[in-house]
Design a protein around this ligand. Structure first.
Ligand SMILES: Cc1cc2nc3c(=O)[nH]c(=O)nc-3n(C[C@H](O)[C@H](O)[C@H](O)COP(=O)(O)OP(=O)(O)OC[C@H]3O[C@@H](n4cnc5c(N)ncnc54)[C@H](O)[C@@H]3O)c2cc1C
Length: 479
């Protein structure tokens, strides 16, 4: 029997890939390895007292596509276990709580009329000017001002971008905007205004499904099916090195519970963070690859969970704290995705704060972070009123969660990806493996598609892998 296909990472991408290979080609051996002691990657959940918490609530966006069908299929024998809903989101902007996507009438009504007028005039001038004159876009700030005018850009994207990424917007690539911000035009806005209603901003994914007992249950079930089909999942195991020769990886050296062992592989699929993965190839990496990997950076996350002894605080799933006066970026009330994840009579809000590993925030004591979350609560009217019901808190520090799209990141990523492409039996996929900004359904989609490619023995496999990269790595112009 030939060597197994080895998959690094039991997150959404890795498990979906394993599942698809085993489904399409039952005879193939598949081994999934994760350094974490649990499956699910960033989509996992963990218990806290009587609650089940996600690492920041993870709703699975639905589009009627293959990832959604896979999730529905996993639970087809438990019809009530998947909850469906539409996103309920508000933003806090200029001291106002506004529904998101922003509604024309509410925005105009709640903002100071002079501010609204200024936004409209600037928006009109920049839209018309940039339609007539082509000026190259060099960074995120440039991109935003050109599209929206300086005031609207700063209020709705600029300040928030700098708060999340802890860097000036002029250092962020304009390609970040293409990944994250849905387009909207001046003409579209005027049309909506003339009909006096409708949305100012375009919606992101609006509908979701969620497991009654937390996001992590999706991946526990997916992992269980992988094992039921004969796949092996090894948790809590690090990869020490890749043993390669003549552009093939022949085996990997695993380290688990202080012991090393070698695992041969026919293919190696990595969903590990790209810069960390490439370093496993050894110390003699070519300079551009080493340099590229060192320039691919991440922002880390601190989650402050506040428990309140009330049924619910709000009806929102997410609310964004856009004003710079807030320390935290975003708050979620997971109970609004599924009440069954919370102890009866209680709710938990999770406050998200981005930082860099080792910076002042990262090193703050738990009590200091708790005080900061309480200070933000004091600035939100419906939280301020509930502070007497605050019963407990928990802090979770998650290193390196979000890929930072600094200017030039695409060139660095390409240097690393090009090196990996030279190996005939190695692919890097998923959000982490391709340095993308995507969500769970996109990671699952990539896993399924790569699973399809590897399960077949077709002569066009290499061109299909190239097509895969072109489809998902949208930030590379060369494809
Ligand atoms: C706070 C937060 C909130 C989010 N909310 C949502 C949401 O509401 N909806 C949504 O759809 N998406 C959301 N996302 C995005 C979602 O988490 C990711 O898109 C998804 O988890 C990516 O899946 P992945 O398999 O590519 O990577 P990951 O989930 O990161 O999985 C990678 C796995 O690889 C493992 N690994 C890493 N290095 C190694 C190694 N060397 N060897 C072995 N294993 C390794 C890791 O332990 C991990 O298990 C959110 C992300 C964050 C951080």
């Amino acid at each position: 029997m030939s060597d197994p296909i080895v998959i690094l990472g039991a997150g959404p991408a890795g498990l979906a890939c394993a599942h698809r290979i085993l489904k399409r080609a039952p005879g193939i051996k598949v081994v999934v390895i994760d350094k974490a002691p649990f499956v699910g990657g960033a989509g996992a959940s963990f218990p806290w007292k009587g609650h089940t918490l996600d690492f920041g609530p993870h709703a699975f966006h639905t589009r009627g596509s293959e990832p959604e069908l896979l999730v529905r299929d996993l639970f087809s024998d438990q019809p009530d276990i998947l909850i469906e809903g539409r996103k309920q989101v508000h933003v806090y902007l200029k001291g106002q709580r506004l529904k998101y996507p922003l509604q024309v009438s509410e925005t105009l009504r709640k903002f100071n009329p002079l501010l609204s007028l200024r936004i409209m005039i600037e928006f009109a001038i920049s839209s018309l000017f940039h339609a007539a004159v082509s000026i190259p876009v060099e960074n995120f700030e440039n991109w935003g001002k050109k599209r929206f005018g300086p005031t609207l850009y700063k209020m709705s994207f600029g300040d928030y971008t700098e708060k999340v990424w802890k860097t000036e917007a002029s250092k962020i690539s304009e390609k970040f905007a293409a990944e994250k911000i849905q387009g909207f035009s001046f003409i579209g806005l005027v049309r909506r205004l003339l009909r006096v209603g409708g949305q100012v901003t375009e919606p992101y994914y609006q509908t979701w499904i969620y497991h009654k007992y937390g996001s992590g249950q999706l991946y526990k079930k997916l992992g269980a099916e992988v094992e039921a089909m004969g796949g092996q999942i090894i948790l809590g195991a690090g990869v020490k090195s890749l043993n390669h020769a003549e552009q093939r990886v022949n085996s990997i050296t695993l380290e688990q519970k202080g012991e090393s062992r070698e695992l041969p592989c026919s293919w190696l699929v990595s969903t590990a963070p790209l810069p960390q993965f490439v370093k496993l190839f050894g110390h003699d990496l070519p300079f551009p690859v080493r340099h590229g990997a060192s320039k691919l950076r991440y922002i880390s996350l601190i989650l402050v969970y506040l428990e309140f002894e009330v049924e619910r605080i709000s009806d929102d799933h997410w609310f964004y704290l856009l004003d710079p006066k807030f320390a935290f970026n975003r708050v979620t009330e997971q109970k609004n995705l599924s009440a069954a994840t919370m102890e009866p009579g209680k709710t938990v809000l999770s406050f998200e704060l981005t930082c860099r590993q080792g910076d002042d925030y990262w090193r703050m004591k738990d009590e200091e972070l708790f005080d900061m979350a309480k200070a933000d609560c004091q600035q939100v009217h419906f939280l301020r009123n509930r502070m007497d019901k605050l019963t407990d808190y928990r802090i979770q520090r998650v290193p390196d969660v979000y890929e930072i799209y600094y200017k030039g990141f695409d060139q660095h990523a390409e240097a690393v990806l090009a090196f990996i492409r030279e190996y005939e039996n190695v692919v890097s996929i998923g959000r982490r493996g391709l340095f993308l900004q995507g969500d769970q359904h996109q990671a699952v989609e990539m896993g399924l598609e790569m699973g399809d490619i590897l399960a077949c023995n077709a002569t066009d496999r290499q061109s299909r892998i190239d097509g895969f990269t072109a489809k998902y790595v949208r930030y590379l112009d060369s494809y």
